[in-house]
Design a protein around this ligand. Structure first.
Ligand code: CMP
Length: 148
C-alpha cells in the first residue's frame, strides 16, 4: 500500500444527524478522492478514548470523546494524490468559524467539537487510525471490487 496516497476520515455524529453524509462524501469525491473503504458505526467510549489518546490531557478531551460516542459516525479510507494535505485543505480549520469559505467544516461544522469531520494530520497517524477501523483483508476486498 502506498501510504502517501492514503488518508483517513471520520464523518462526525453532527453530520450524520443532520443528514449531510452524502453531501460530505460528494465533496471528498469531487475533491479528487477515491473511497477505498467505508463503514457506518457507533464508537464505544474506550475506542474514542484510544483514537484521541494524544489529546487525553487536553481540557476538551471528555467533551470530544463524549460527542464522538453520542451517535453513529462514518469512517472512510481515502485515496488521492498528496492525500493528507489535500484532505486537510478540503476540511478546513478546526474551528468552523475560522475555516475558509467552501471548506467542509465551514459548511457543515457547528463548533470546534461538532466540526463535521476528522482528517488525519500525517501519513503515520493516518495509517495508525485506519488500522483501528479496517483490516487489510477488508481494504483488499473493497479494492478488488473496484477493479484496482
Ligand atoms: P479532529 O480532527 O477530530 O481531531 C482532534 C479534535 O479535537 C478536533 O477535530 C476537534 O474536534 C477537537 N479540538 C481540537 N481543539 C479543540 C479545542 N480547542 N476545543 C474543543 N475541541 C477541540
Amino acid at each position: 500500500m502506498n501510504t502517501g496516497n492514503l488518508t483517513f476520515t471520520i464523518i462526525k455524529p453532527n453530520s450524520v444527524a443532520s443528514g449531510d453524509v452524502g453531501r460530505i462524501i460528494d465533496r471528498l469525491i469531487c475533491g479528487g478522492f477515491v473511497l477505498r473503504a467505508l463503514r457506518m458505526l457507533r464508537m464505544e467510549r474506550a475506542r474514542a478514548e484510544q483514537f484521541y489518546a494524544v489529546h487525553r490531557e487536553r481540557p476538551f478531551f471528555d467533551e470530544l470523546t463524549g460527542f464522538m460516542t453520542s451517535g453513529p459516525v462514518v469512517v472512510a479510507l481515502l485515496e488521492g494524490e498528496d492525500a493528507v494535505a489535500r484532505l486537510r485543505s478540503l476540511v478546513g480549520n478546526t474551528d468552523p468559524a475560522l475555516a475558509e469559505q467552501g471548506t467542509i467544516r465551514r459548511d457543515f461544522g457547528l463548533d470546534k467539537t461538532r466540526n463535521a469531520i476528522h482528517a488525519s494530520d500525517s501519513d503515520l497517524n493516518a495509517a495508525v487510525e485506519w488500522q483501528q477501523f479496517f483490516t487489510e483483508e477488508e481494504i483488499n476486498a473493497c479494492t478488488a471490487h473496484q477493479g484496482r
